[in-house]
Design a protein around this ligand. Structure first.
Ligand code: FAD
Ligand code: FES
Length: 284
């Protein structure tokens, strides 16, 4: 079947992108580097997402995981269903459609001058990676940086090569934890036995910290409780929420939670705003 993008512009019209490289990460996770036609995706900020269209199959929201987006951007995709399985069948040189970037990302401008703690659980490391890459590109604008990443099994570690380099930097503290240490040893990336919350406990968060968090919904309650023990106020905690989405632009209502459309009001929310949305996050 010949799928063509016509010249008409509607909010649903994707931009064409060519898959430049596909890099396997852990089981069922691949990093796609995609070059976009024309001027690329303008003003893409850490924490925003795109609607990725696989021709003939459908669309899915995927976080942009690169900190700098010019004509090329990176997407870390986990194979779970129709669209992502079809994407995994594609090859370098094939094309896909992209709409976006959409949503509110992390407030990188207002975080300037602050110490930053980044907390990622599982695939939540994808949007958090866009934040640390952005910070490292503008390193002088931010204070101390603490990066915490947790996963169920150590073999699920994503961005292993990059973490090996991050571990060697003197301008950030990196803590990686797995609930189970499986498979071959992972030098030079040091993975500790434990949970994200154990790493928060270990980390020195004395200072003027703002915290950016992304992970599975079950993680938030425990992370927020641990941050409170460190005296971090709610107004300094930013959470990225993933909800089922269809249009990505506030038209279909699929992502409605507690009075807000996540695709527009989020996916990144300040914890104080989430408190106003009932049933969104149950915090201790
Ligand atoms: C803002 C945002 C950013 C995202 N970023 C990424 C990313 O960087 N990488 C990535 O791999 N995935 C990401 N996702 C999740 C991804 O969009 C879903 O996994 C999507 O459903 C995959 O499409 P599919 O057609 O392959 O799966 P489907 O056939 O749609 O669904 C497969 C299974 O996943 C469930 N599911 C669908 N959407 C969600 C969701 N949002 N939360 C929990 N379960 C869901 C379905 O109920 C079903 O059980 C993101 C989602 C959102 C909303
Ligand atoms: S995804 Fe359609 S309104 Fe948010």
């Amino acid at each position: 079947m010949n799928h063509k993008l016509n010249e008409q512009t509607t909010p649903f019209m994707p931009t064409r992108g060519v898959i430049r490289s596909i890099i396997p990460m852990a089981a069922d996770n691949m990093l796609f580097q995609i070059t976009v036609n024309g001027s690329g995706l303008p003003n893409c900020l850490p924490g925003q997402f795109v609607q990725l269209w696989v021709p003939g199959v459908g669309e899915s929201p995927i976080s942009v995981c690169s900190g700098h987006v010019g004509s090329t951007l990176e997407l870390m995709v986990r194979k779970v269903g129709r669209v992502t399985s079809a994407l995994f069948q594609m090859q370098e040189g094939d094309w896909v459609g992209l709409r976006g970037p959409y949503g509110h990302g992390f407030p990188m401008n207002s975080l300037e001058g602050k110490d930053i703690c980044l907390i990622a659980g599982g695939l939540g490391v994808a949007p958090i990676r866009s934040v640390w890459q952005y910070i490292l590109d503008h390193r002088e604008k931010y204070g101390r940086v603490v990066l915490i990443y947790g996963m169920r099994h150590s073999v699920d570690l994503l961005f292993r090569q990059e973490f090996a380099l991050l571990h060697r930097r003197r301008d950030m503290d990196v803590f990686i934890a797995a609930e189970e240490l499986l498979g071959p040893a992972l030098p030079p990336v040091s993975v500790q036995l434990g949970r994200v919350t154990d790493m928060i406990n270990l980390a020195d968060l004395e200072g003027n910290f703002e915290v950016a968090v992304c992970g599975p919904p079950v993680m938030y309650k425990y992370v927020v409780a641990e941050l409170k023990k460190k005296n971090i106020p709610e107004s300094k905690i930013w959470l990225s929420l993933e909800r089922h989405m269809k249009c990505g632009i506030g038209k279909c209502g699929h992502c409605f939670i507690g009075g807000a459309l996540t695709c527009q009001a989020g996916p990144v929310f300040n914890l104080t705003d989430l408190r106003l949305l009932p049933e969104v996050i149950e915090c201790a």
